[in-house]
Design a protein around this ligand. Structure first.
Ligand SMILES: Cc1cc2nc3c(=O)[nH]c(=O)nc-3n(C[C@H](O)[C@H](O)[C@H](O)COP(=O)(O)O)c2cc1C
Length: 181
């Protein structure tokens, strides 16, 4: 493989598969943000949409979660995916828009009833409770947030023999450059 574009195309195939297939490795990226006091925070999420042409990803969350508070303060994130069979690590940097309310009602309508309970937990996620199950999950469309991640950079590492690594930037129109692994 001499064209870094081929590795990028492979990465987008895995991201698309993550959206479509619950068992695909890219189904569950790790999303890292910076807390309001400047500390790194990472957690697993579900990949809900991926657009290669726009260079964007989408994640759904509850607007009252600490990660959304972090993104209000600093609207940047890193995402990480490991695809074992392809031995491919996908690292992404993004600016994140938090979409709620009328902007996301069409998407809320498509969320299956069983999944709607994930948005609107009372008390809000991360708040202390007396017992493990002292919470309710009424499902609240007003708490449904779409995290629209506008990728700025991708860093792909493939552990073939020998290893290869390439970085890609939106500002270079995702042209890509090989870098030492
Ligand atoms: C497999 C898996 C998938 C998850 N998917 C999501 C998700 O799509 N959106 C989300 O907000 N939290 C998701 N979570 C829960 C988060 O990892 C996290 O525990 C929760 O959102 C609170 O994070 P925060 O306190 O950093 O905001 C998922 C957790 C696991 C283990």
């Amino acid at each position: 493989m001499s064209d870094p574009g081929d590795l990028l195309a492979q990465a987008w195939q895995h991201l698309a598969r993550g959206v479509a297939d619950r068992r695909a490795p890219a189904r569950h990226p790790v999303l890292a943000t910076v807390s309001p006091d400047g500390l790194p925070e990472a957690r697993m999420v579900v990949l809900r949409a991926a657009s290669e042409s726009a260079g964007t990803l989408e994640i759904h969350s509850d607007s009252e979660t600490p990660k959304v508070a972090a993104l209000h303060a600093r609207p940047v994130a890193a995402l990480h995916v490991w695809v074992p069979k392809a031995r491919l690590q996908i690292r992404m940097s993004a600016e994140v828009e938090i979409l709620t309310g009328a902007q996301v009602m069409a998407q809320w309508e498509k969320v299956p009833c069983a999944a709607r309970v994930s948005y609107g937990t009372e008390p809000a996620p991360g708040k202390p409770i007396a017992q493990a199950h002292d919470y309710a999950q009424p499902g609240d469309p007003a708490r449904f947030a779409v995290l629209h991640c506008i990728l700025s950079r991708m860093d792909l590492l493939q552990l073939d023999t020998p290893h290869r690594r390439a970085v890609y930037c939106r500002q270079d129109l995702w042209q890509g450059t090989w870098v030492a692994p």
